[in-house]
Design a protein around this ligand. Sequence first.
Ligand SMILES: Nc1ncnc2c1ncn2[C@@H]1O[C@H](COP(=O)(O)OP(=O)(O)OP(=O)(O)O)[C@@H](O)[C@H]1O
Length: 310
Amino acid sequence: MEKKLLFIFNARAGKGSIKSRLIDIIDIFIKGGYEVTVHSTQAYQDGLRVAKKRAGDFDLIVASGGDGTLDEVVTGLMEGNHKTLLGYIPAGSTNDFANSLHVSKNMLQAATDIVEGIPHAFDVGKFNDDFFVYIAAFGLFTDVSYETNQDLKNILGHAAYILEGTQRLFNIASYQLKVETKDTSFEGDFIFGMVSNATSVGGFRKLTGPDVLLDDGVFEVLLIRRPKNILELNEIITALLGGADTSNIESFKTSYLKITSETQISWTLDGEFGGEHREVEIQNMNHAVNIILKKDEKVPLIQANTGNIK
Ligand SMILES: Nc1ncnc2c1ncn2[C@@H]1O[C@H](COP(=O)(O)OP(=O)(O)OP(=O)(O)O)[C@@H](O)[C@H]1O
């Protein structure tokens, strides 16, 4: 029997770059032995709705768009409790997570790699009642409006850019936080926080630290305290650029994290607006999604290949 593939794509992502490749992509899927059902997302969260409702009827779901579309489809899989295999064809203006996954930026190659590829189990983040694929972050967004879409797209690149070393770290909002893990808890005045499962964020590799594995059941956490003077600021910047550690940066790995603040904090989940929260519980959902990647691709994973789907 033919295997069933649900193809969910955002025709608007990346200025509509997928449109001219659509027929060739579908042709690759059909030649790969799939019966293809196509859905172009009609609005914000449509990808989530369709994945949640329909993924159970398919052997493979392929998402195409930017990080936002991937986030929505994974959230739909999680909310619907589906274990359907997932493929990703980057087609947005921001495809940050594609760098961690080593997915080809050539859409036809990415489609071929899905058809010929191998599924790998990846961790997913649970964020209160929501989910994220590779990052939940707050801070450093005060001069970026959440109202216009384009600003939102660049939010992680923007944060990473600021962290790379401008003096603006002094002039931004900070948040009084209590941070709890299963082993420890601490408090402080923080300007930025990120909980990630990625080898690079906003195009910057150093921010997530070395020895990142995408299926190890733990997140990399980076929390930056407000610098009190130039010396502390320089220490923070040096540490972010890979130099000596500083007590103004908390960085650790954990499977669970609770962050409580006195005021509402705006969060971003995978580069999209993740709501305002005073209390956030983040849990690593180990091996929650099975993503198909090119054979022999050196993606940082503990697990060896879980078997060819063909
Ligand atoms: N038809 C649509 N109309 C409006 N928004 C949509 C539509 N389809 C998807 N979206 C929303 O667009 C957002 C961004 O999508 P995505 O991540 O795929 O692209 P992007 O690379 O961020 O975007 P862009 O290339 O448009 O800057 C997502 O939140 C998604 O829900």
